[in-house]
Write a protein that binds this ligand. Structure first.
Ligand code: 6PG
Length: 257
């Protein structure tokens, strides 16, 4: 870990979500002040649902009309499918805040093939970020989860998508539930200003230990190393159970911050 990397451990998932809300508030306001808009890419999965719902109900004003939301990844299913990340994001947060529809950027899954969806989304990213003249999009915030096998986004262990440095978006064929997927690639994730992982539950304890204590570089999550942005792990107590807490200063309780 270097000084751009931090690990925070929370007593509960709910405390972790509260902390994430404060980070969202800070990063969104700072981005809008600096360049006029805030752009985030959000994950699916169960862990961030609590955060998304709290964000939807957050009482302080947030710059939603200057916020753009992209997706980290998507299953190649229709938007009304219960496995659709876009559907989950709409139900938990997007339908409940004052974000303009044109600021929401779902990954289209109505194409004949996931590869076509990936190319289409790549074009959308290029068009949106063209004003920065940087060939790789610079997200203000990328919010990720971790799977028990160490996957993040839809980047699974040994997947060819892990080595795709030519594309901003890649297709991933057939996951464990039989879905094809579409995912942002590592060059995009590692170009963000803030990459934040939310991790919760005892089932994640073993993989969290491998990533943070053992620094197991074979796991996709360990390949997330922002080139100049911040890398932050927010972990609840259950997911931190195998971590060696005798390794400060990287492990802190949120209450101490
Ligand atoms: C998805 C995610 C995926 C997820 C992890 C953790 O769409 O499912 O992008 O990478 O973050 O699988 O999922 P949980 O939060 O459900 O444990």
């Amino acid at each position: 870990m270097n000084d751009r990397e931090q690990v925070f451990v929370f007593a509960t998932k709910s405390e972790m979500s509260d902390f994430m809300i404060l980070r969202w508030k800070e990063i969104s306001r700072e981005s809008v002040e600096r360049k006029g808009y805030f752009v985030a890419a959000l994950s699916g999965g169960k862990t961030p649902v609590d955060f998304y719902m709290k964000l939807a109900g957050f009482k302080e004003p947030l710059p939603w009309n200057k916020t753009h939301i992209f997706l980290i990844d998507e299953r190649f299913v229709p938007f009304n499918d219960e496995d659709s990340n876009y559907r989950m994001l709409r139900k938990t947060v997007l339908d409940h805040v004052t974000i303009p529809q044109e600021n929401i950027h779902p990954i289209s899954t109505s194409t004949p093939h996931p590869q076509i969806s990936a190319r289409k989304y790549e074009e959308e990213l290029k068009a949106f970020f063209k004003r920065s003249h940087d060939p790789i999009p610079e997200f203000d915030l990328i919010l990720l989860g971790i799977g028990e096998d160490g996957h993040t986004a839809s980047l699974f262990p040994n997947s060819p998508a892990l080595n795709d440095v030519m594309h901003l978006v890649a297709e991933v064929m057939l996951d464990e539930r039989g879905h094809h997927r579409i995912t942002l690639t590592l060059p995009v994730i590692n170009h963000a200003n803030n990459v934040i992982f939310l991790v919760s539950g005892q089932r994640k304890a073993a993989v969290v230990e491998k990533i943070i204590n053992q620094k197991d570089s074979s796991l996709p999550t360990s390949m997330v190393r922002p080139t100049r942005g911040k890398l932050i792990f927010l972990i609840d107590r259950e997911a931190s159970l195998n971590l060696s807490l005798s390794n400060p200063p990287h492990i802190r309780n949120s209450k101490q911050d």
